[in-house]
Design a protein around this ligand. Structure first.
Ligand code: SF4
Length: 179
């Protein structure tokens, strides 16, 4: 599917009886992708992922690590804001999986940073972020790393040093892939 078709398919989706789906943001294809959880209130209003306070915190860490934000792509495995239930449930990940797969096929990233347990779950990783953060692993022709979701860092600033260190470790793996 083309980018326009992938986006239109997401925007017209009513599988979960949710409203205002938020498709990915950034270039496609892109070598680097950030995988999160679901849009929040700000993202729901703006229509783009990682545009709220958590997204700004992640931007800061990515820039500090040396990333060019223009070369990154942001994707949520659940495209709608789970306002009533706060956190997406397994059925939402299942319902939205075709959209995630379509977006990743279009973006075709080599390096993926999974932020938070929901991103790990969506990627089929069985361990929690406490055991996985800061590590890098390969699956097929893709490289994965993981860290706290920036919203968790906002709730618990003691996680910020680990968060920044993990983003830096992800950057080290991708070196040579950006100018
Ligand atoms: S969360 Fe995903 S599957 Fe559910 S309505 Fe939104 S776009 Fe559709």
């Amino acid at each position: 599917m083309s980018r326009a078709e992938v986006v239109a398919d997401i925007l017209s989706c009513t599988r979960c009886e949710s409203v205002i789906p938020v498709p990915f943001r950034g270039p496609a294809p892109a070598r680097f992708a950030i995988i999160g959880e679901a849009p929040g209130r700000v993202e729901n209003e703006v229509g783009e992922p990682f545009r709220g306070p958590a997204g700004h915190l992640l931007d800061e860490a990515l820039v500090a690590a040396g990333f060019d934000l223009e070369q990154l792509c942001w994707v949520n495995p659940v495209c709608c804001w789970p306002e009533r239930i706060k956190t997406p449930q397994p059925e939402h990940f299942t319902a939205c999986k075709p959209h995630l797969l379509a977006q990743l096929k279009l973006i075709n990233p080599t390096y993926l940073l999974l932020v938070g347990n929901s991103a790990l779950y969506a990627a089929g990783v069985s361990t929690k972020i406490t055991a996985t953060r800061g590590k890098v692993w390969q699956a097929g022709d893709r490289y994965y790393s993981a860290t706290w979701h920036p919203a968790a860092v906002l709730r618990d600033p003691d996680k910020k040093d680990q968060f920044c260190s993990d983003v830096q470790a992800f950057r080290e793996v991708t070196k040579g892939e950006m100018t």
